[in-house]
Ligand binder design. Structure first.
Ligand code: HEM
Length: 340
């Protein structure tokens, strides 16, 4: 036995003793247990049973799986957002969880924001799988079996927003306080005016859509709890708690601005592009499964959702999402004529 092995056994003994455990029993367990396999670790068999189409159209599988892929990237983003909000985890040399760190460092914040940005950039790029990757005729058929479900009901998407910015920034444009004024409303009031509740009202009656009612019944309480919990630990608050010098770091400002663009312009625009490709037609646009007035609801230029307005000039805010929208609309005219 080499010196290193002895050292390791000693460390193991210390580890188990510190918890009042007998290392011998654990060594028996190690002798008897099976080797780990990839498929068990990744839960591959379970993962591959999670695609259950509602119709026989083959392209529905693409629709389901791409949504699932997106939700996993959202999960990754939320994992990093939690790390930011809690200052990052301290793990001891022996692998023990030593709890959250006392303070957030600018380096950690930049590194984690960059990760989230890379997830959203992967999603934005891969959205072509939705935009061009299904037969329009199949999509228009199988979507009718999915009513009233809609990606609108993605709770993780709403959680990413809540962890990234103060709630007042998520209030619908028409219900926001004037720039420079303080929003004195309670978190509950702001939540009532959140942009997506306003977006999901039936045009004719002003009543809430069924899609929204069901979403609220399942998630309102959880989202409100989260909004309260993140009042003093969302990304903006964490950034503002850094020293003045750290707040001026160009790489940090760049990472925050990039997050704003990724979540509030680039991803929404690729998503909007799919809606245009599948739902727009010369004969009149198809209604969305979630019942929103999607042509007015989805474009970032009209929503003007901005996580960090302080980091943008007035001029930049005035043109929020515009260039892109024009590009998407221009392409949609071409698509419409080639589809037709
Ligand atoms: C062919 C593909 C897609 C089309 C045509 C489409 C269409 C729509 C439409 C029309 C809406 C507005 C709400 C409604 O009335 O239903 C919406 C919302 C939404 N969809 Fe999709 N969608 C597609 C793919 C996806 C994918 C892959 C995701 C990933 C999870 C997704 C996530 C969302 C989210 C988060 C919203 C809410 C956006 C907001 O509130 O600003 N969608 N979608």
């Amino acid at each position: 036995m080499t010196e290193t092995d002895e050292e390791k056994i000693k460390k193991l003994q210390e580890k188990y003793e510190s918890m009042g455990q007998d290392i011998n029993a654990y060594l028996d367990g190690l002798l008897l247990s099976n080797y780990l396999t990839y498929w068990d670790y990744i839960h591959l068999d379970t993962l591959l049973t999670l695609q259950n189409p509602k119709t026989d159209y083959p392209d529905e599988q693409i629709f389901i799986m791409y949504h699932q892929i997106t939700e996993l990237y959202f999960r990754l983003s939320l994992h990093e957002l939690e790390q930011i909000s809690m200052n990052g985890k301290e793990i001891g040399d022996n692998g023990h969880d030593l709890g959250w760190r006392e303070t957030l460092t600018a380096d950690f914040l930049v590194a984690r924001l960059k990760r989230i940005n890379s997830y959203f950039e992967a999603l934005t790029k891969s959205f072509e799988i939705m935009v061009q990757g299904m037969e329009k005729d199949q999509f228009l058929k199988f979507r009718m079996a999915l009513l009233p479900a809609s990606g609108f009901q993605s709770a993780q998407y709403r959680m990413i927003e809540i962890s990234s910015t103060p709630m007042e920034r998520l209030v619908a444009k028409a219900a926001r306080v004037q720039a420079g004024e303080k929003d004195e409303r309670s978190i509950e009031e702001q939540f009532e005016h959140i942009y997506w509740k306003q977006g999901a009202t039936e045009l004719a009656t002003g009543a809430k859509t069924l899609t929204l009612k069901q979403f609220e019944a399942k998630y309102s309480e959880k989202l409100l709890q989260m909004a309260k919990a993140y009042l003093d630990k969302n990304v903006w608050v964490k950034y503002r708690e850094l020293s003045d010098a750290d707040q001026q770091r160009p790489d940090l400002i760049q990472a925050l601005r990039q997050l704003d663009v990724n979540v509030n312009i680039n991803w929404p625009l690729m998503h909007y592009k799919s809606a245009v490709r599948y739902l727009a037609s010369k004969e009149g646009d198809a209604p969305a499964t979630g019942g929103t007035n999607w042509q007015k609801y989805l474009p970032p230029r009209l929503q003007l959702r901005v996580f960090y307005p302080e980091l943008w000039s007035e001029e930049e805010l005035k043109h929020w999402g515009k260039v892109w929208v024009e590009e998407v609309l221009a392409e949609s005219v071409t698509t419409k004529s080639s589809d037709g």
